[in-house]
Design a protein around this ligand. Structure first.
Ligand code: PEP
Ligand code: CO
Length: 453
């Protein structure tokens, strides 16, 4: 690719970028970042791409989840462990239900920057820059805290490295060993209304493992260890560009800030900066697609998108993450599936049932209902099947903590309950119990018919 560099996006419109008042400091901070070691490696990235290609073929299923925005303050042992635990538990439920291998991808180790619909926020007679996520500024509503600070790019890189280091050590140490559910069970699973259903699944997986080991006479240690990959919205282009490198013995450039970056819905215009940046990296990439793209425009848009991002139809390269909302998915998704088919390109379809289902309560709190979220996933599964396609994964905002941010689920959380444990600074997440229940419900919907495998 001769006309692309990790800086060629600078000639295009870059939306949702903070304005740094101190441009010298920005240059210094990004130069420092560019000299730092990468967070992930090209071989991990290529191995994830292979697995995503298998998911696109229907042979694996992608589970992607984590916070809407990570915060520097929550880069703690307990929060990271609990996030891994819930993702691992959900993935076991999905393996059991779908009979497919599950790819686990966290929205973590770098999910620090957020697009904002307004670049400023006004309260009373004071106006400040909007909060763009911890890697840009601080949430407190005062001028100093909200001024974009380029040195926070380094702090975000460091937090990502700390998070990743801890995750890798936990996994190497056997945290995710399926023989030892006591390592990865969350304590409060015992009190969950869904506890016994989950325990039955864990017991059945344990029995299958023991059966296989008896039969083959070898330990299933190798197959019973799991991988986690990282992902985030690659919104903040100076950060992403600084961590984009060429590597020995492989052609092209890799964004080594994460395995699986995605383009947000608001920055996916094909003639703008984000698509330009993503065009030249060799990672598997996601693109969010929402209702702003009308069925009549899908054909043209997808042709242009494929030309830029998926010209070689490389297996595993492109994931489309649709996020329409429970009330719209039936109107939009069949047209999207058809428009993709018309391009002749292979993609992995994933449903994000969070971002199209946000509403505000009477008390002006952002929430989402468990039932809307589940309804969108269930409709998406059925629509794909009816259109001779298949849903290859799900994308959630969730946490392993016991927060009250989304309503509904087995405990029937109401708008009134939200005040008890609402922590997110941005979008509402499924809590631990709601996440597990979601996985149980989806697994049931995806279960292969009896007699097939
Ligand atoms: C997000 O994933 O947090 C997000 C902002 O999503 P979208 O781009 O789909 O609105
Ligand atoms: Co969000």
């Amino acid at each position: 690719m001769t006309d692309w560099t990790s800086d060629s996006w600078r000639a295009k419109t870059a939306r949702h970028q903070p304005i740094y008042p101190d441009s010298t400091a920005l240059t210094e901070a990004t130069s420092e970042l560019a000299a730092m070691p990468p967070l992930v490696t090209s071989w991990e990235i290529e191995s994830l791409k292979k697995q995503l290609a298998e998911a696109a073929q229907g042979d694996r299923f992608l589970l992607q989840g984590g916070d809407c925005a990570e915060s520097f303050g929550e880069c703690t042992s307990a929060v990271i462990i609990n996030k891994l635990k819930i993702l691992l538990q959900m993935s076991l439920v999905l393996v059991h239900g779908t009979h497919k291998r599950v790819i686990r991808v966290g929205r973590f180790a770098g999910q620090y920057a957020k697009p904002r619909s307004e670049s400023t926020e006004t309260r009373g007679d004071q106006t400040c820059t909007s909060y763009y996520g911890d890697i840009v500024n601080r949430p407190a509503f005062e001028t100093k805290a909200r001024t974009p600070d380029p040195w926070r790019l380094l702090r975000g890189y460091e937090r990502s490295a700390l998070t990743l280091n801890f995750i890798r050590s936990l996994i190497d140490g056997g945290f995710a060993d399926l023989h030892h559910p006591e390592y990865w069970q969350l304590d409060f699973v015992e009190h969950s209304p869904k506890a016994s259903e989950f325990h039955d699944i864990v017991e059945s997986i344990g029995a299958s493992l023991r059966f296989m080991e008896t039969l083959s006479g070898i330990s299933a240690a190798d197959i019973s260890r799991v991988d986690f990959y990282t992902s985030h919205e690659a919104l903040l282009l100076p950060y992403e560009a600084a961590l984009t490198r060429s590597v020995p013995r492989r052609p092209g450039a890799y964004n080594l800030s994460t395995h699986f970056p995605w383009i947000g819905m608001r920055t996916a215009a094909t003639d703008e900066a984000h698509v330009e940046f993503f065009r030249g990296i060799r990672n598997p990439i996601g693109v969010k697609i929402g209702p702003a793209l009308e069925p009549k425009d899908m054909g043209d848009f997808l042709e242009r998108l494929m030309d830029k991002l998926h010209p070689d139809n490389e297996p595993g390269r492109l994931t489309l993450i649709h996020r329409y909302g429970a009330s719209k998915v039936a109107d939009y998704l069949p047209a999207l599936i058809e428009a993709v088919r018309a391009t002749g390109k292979s993609v992995l379809f994933v449903c994000d049932p969070m971002h199209g289902n946000t509403r505000k309560t009477e008390a002006n709190i952002k929430t989402r209902s468990f039932e809307d979220i589940l309804s969108e996933v269930e409709q998406a599964i059925d629509i794909h099947a009816a259109c001779n396609s298949h849903l290859g994964g799900v994308h959630f905002e969730l946490t392993g903590e016991n927060v009250t941010e989304c309503t509904g689920g087995a405990r029937g959380l109401t708008d009134e309950d939200l005040k008890d444990g609402y922590k997110s600074l941005v979008d509402p997440r499924l809590n631990y119990e709601q996440s597990l229940e979601m996985a149980l419900s989806i697994a049931r919907r995806l279960a292969p018919a009896r007699g097939s495998s």
